[in-house]
Design a protein around this ligand. Structure first.
Ligand SMILES: Cc1cc2nc3c(=O)[nH]c(=O)nc-3n(C[C@H](O)[C@H](O)[C@H](O)COP(=O)(O)OP(=O)(O)OC[C@H]3O[C@@H](n4cnc5c(N)ncnc54)[C@H](O)[C@@H]3O)c2cc1C
Length: 121
C-alpha cells in the first residue's frame, strides 16, 4: 500500500494488505480484490523495488553501434536483427513491458533469423 518513513525520512516499514480472488468478471477472469481490514505493517530499513519494467542500461551503454530507442529499448527489424551485424534482440527489451508469449515468439523468430544469418555468412 505504501512505504513508511520516520521523522528523518528514512524507511522504517512497508504497509501491505492481503488480497484474494474475487468473483469472475464478464470475461470469466477472477481478479484480485483486497481483503477488507487485512492491512498489516512489516518493519524494514531498506526497500528494493523488484518490478523492473525498463531495460537494464548495461548492454546499450557498453555496446558501440547498437541503435536504441529514447526509452532505452533496443531497435530491431521484424526478425530481431539489431543495427550490429550478428546481434539479435527480442522480448521486453525491444517492445517495452509486454507478455511472456510475445517474448517467446520473438525468441523463435530471432532463432530462425540467426540460423539464416549463420548459414549465409
Ligand atoms: C510483476 C510482473 C508481472 C507479470 N505478469 C505477467 C503475466 O501474468 N503474464 C505475462 O505473459 N507476462 C507477465 N509479465 C511480463 C513478462 O514477465 C515479460 O513480458 C517477460 O518476462 C519478458 O521476457 P524477456 O525474456 O523479454 O525478458 P526477461 O524475462 O526480463 O529476461 C531478461 C533477462 O536478461 C537478464 N539481463 C538483463 N541485463 C543483462 C545483462 N546485461 N547481461 C546478462 N543478462 C541480463 C535479466 O536478468 C533477465 O533474466 C509480468 C511482468 C512483471 C514485471
Amino acid at each position: 500500500m505504501r512505504i513508511l518513513g520516520d521523522e528523518n525520512l528514512f524507511v522504517k516499514g512497508i504497509e501491505c494488505v492481503r488480497m484474494e480472488l474475487g468473483e469472475p468478471d464478464a470475461s470469466g477472469r477472477r481478479r484480485p480484490v483486497t481483503v477488507e481490514g487485512s492491512e498489516f505493517t512489516i518493519d524494514v530499513d531498506c526497500v528494493i523495488m523488484a518490478i523492473g519494467t525498463s531495460p537494464n542500461p548495461l548492454i546499450r551503454t557498453t555496446t558501440p553501434g547498437l541503435d536504441c530507442e529514447s526509452w532505452g529499448g533496443i531497435k530491431t527489424g521484424e526478425e530481431g536483427a539489431t543495427s550490429r551485424p550478428g546481434v539479435f534482440a527480442g522480448g521486453d527489451t525491444v517492445t517495452g513491458a509486454a507478455t511472456v508469449i510475445l517474448a517467446m515468439g520473438a525468441g523463435k523468430t530471432a532463432a530462425a533469423a540467426i540460423d539464416e544469418y549463420i548459414k549465409n555468412k
